[in-house]
Design a protein around this ligand. Structure first.
Ligand SMILES: Nc1ncnc2c1ncn2[C@@H]1O[C@H](COP(=O)(O)OP(=O)(O)OP(=O)(O)O)[C@@H](O)[C@H]1O
Ligand SMILES: [Mg+2]
Length: 366
């Protein structure tokens, strides 16, 4: 097993700069997920680590050695793709053992490794079947098994679950996590699905347009996003952004949303934002769970207001509500018993202890 380090990695295809100078240090045993919208450079980055793409500039290190010019087969990595690329004429066992047989491993060693991986992945009964006799999820397991038996320094996954239906995806996500807990191999995993990223990763790398926007644990990215892009990308339903201004009123800092609605800031927030200019164009970032039905009693940092609901979506354990505020559609999450109905008013409360304030022009979180 090994750490992986990327130093100022650039990838240019003619006039397209797919990756624009990425620095990333992945620790031994760590599970890192690269996430971002289509075309942001995730696969390109992964393929450069694998050695399947040349790098235009920078250095890639695996286990402390620069591997820029090392061919893929000598990098001691195993890659799992979206299309599992199993050999159709080989059985599960033959598919899994293919790489080891090429490298002339002893037969007994191959058998031990396959038995162990098959047990770990719960495919012992399938070992003599051909790929076409397997379900999508089972094929996915075989592809993972083929990577595991090689006992590589690093696992590389490129959207391995995107061919599976939603239920199976959730199931396989848990399987991948279990496998990583057992083998603890350093893993770089690519997905465009932020839920998959959050649930699998020790650390998430959010990419946008060939650059890294932010690196952090799932909790850090969710609660302390650094930019508007990250704040809007992580979390579903997405964070609401409302144009606002700071103003001082009777010695207290307020955040003004509309002519009618302004909320006093909690003391720690007022201290944090004291250097922001009054009247500057700002955005208030509020996650839907921080816009709920108003409770009877006052709590510090929780401010009530009246809204006219446009649409409500009962989800079972909660009801999503949509209403207009400061010219924007806003989403909140209320208790299913909160009497939220389409077209009716509801008294709501915002939790400003969990607010975010962003510079509207730069998108930076203040
Ligand atoms: N062989 C190539 N030649 C030219 N441009 C390419 C090539 N491969 C990728 N690109 C471009 O590089 C950028 C990054 O592509 P990449 O495949 O890394 O995106 P991605 O983040 O994996 O997206 P997706 O989620 O759609 O898989 C894209 O703009 C893409 O069009
Ligand atoms: Mg891709």
């Amino acid at each position: 097993m090994a750490e992986v380090n990327l130093r100022k990695i650039v990838k240019r295809y003619d006039d397209v700069e797919a990756v624009r100078g990425i620095d990333l240090d992945i620790a031994d045993h760590e599970f890192v997920v690269l996430v971002g919208p289509s075309g942001c450079g995730k696969s390109t980055t992964l393929r450069m680590i694998a050695g399947l793409e040349d790098i235009t500039d920078g250095d890639i290190m695996i286990g402390g050695d620069i591997v820029n010019d090392v061919p893929p087969k000598d990098r001691d990595i195993a890659m799992v793709f979206q299309n599992y690329a199993l050999y159709p004429h080989m059985t599960v066992a033959e598919n899994m053992s293919f790489g080891l047989r090429l490298k002339r491993y002893p037969k007994a060693e191959i058998k031990t490794r396959i038995d162990e991986a098959a047990r770990m992945l719960d495919i012992v009964e399938l070992i003599d079947r051909k790929p076409k006799q397997l379900s999508g999820g089972q094929r996915q397991r075989v592809a993972m098994g083929r990577a595991i038996v090689r006992n590589p320094k690093v696992f590389l996954f490129d959207e391995p679950l995107s061919n599976l239906d939603a239920k199976l995806r959730v199931q396989m996500r848990i399987e991948i996590k279990k496998v990583h807990q057992k083998v603890r191999t350093t893993t770089v995993y690519v997905t465009h699905d932020q839920v998959e990223a959050m649930t699998l990763a020790d650390r998430v790398v959010v990419m946008n347009k060939g650059r890294i926007e932010q690196i952090g644990t799932p909790q850090e990215l969710y609660h302390k996003p650094a930019t508007r892009f990250v704040a809007g990308f992580i979390g579903s339903p997405a964070m609401n952004f409302l144009p606002c201004q700071l103003e001082e009123n009777a010695g207290k800092m307020h955040i003004r949303l509309t002519e009618r609605i302004a909320f006093p800031l909690p003391p720690d927030r007022a201290a944090r934002y004291q250097n922001a200019k009054q009247g500057e164009k700002l955005l208030l970032g509020l996650r839907p769970e921080h816009i709920t039905e108003a409770k009877g009693h006052a709590e510090p940092g929780i401010e009530a207001f009246d809204a006219l609901l446009d649409v409500t979506e009962p989800m079972g354990m909660e009801t999503l509500i949509y209403f207009a505020l400061a010219g924007k559609q806003v989403c909140g999450r209320v208790n299913p018993n909160a009497c939220a109905h389409d077209g009716e008013p509801l008294r709501l409360a915002v939790d400003l202890n969990n607010m975010h304030l962003l510079n509207e022009v730069t998108g930076a979180v203040i």
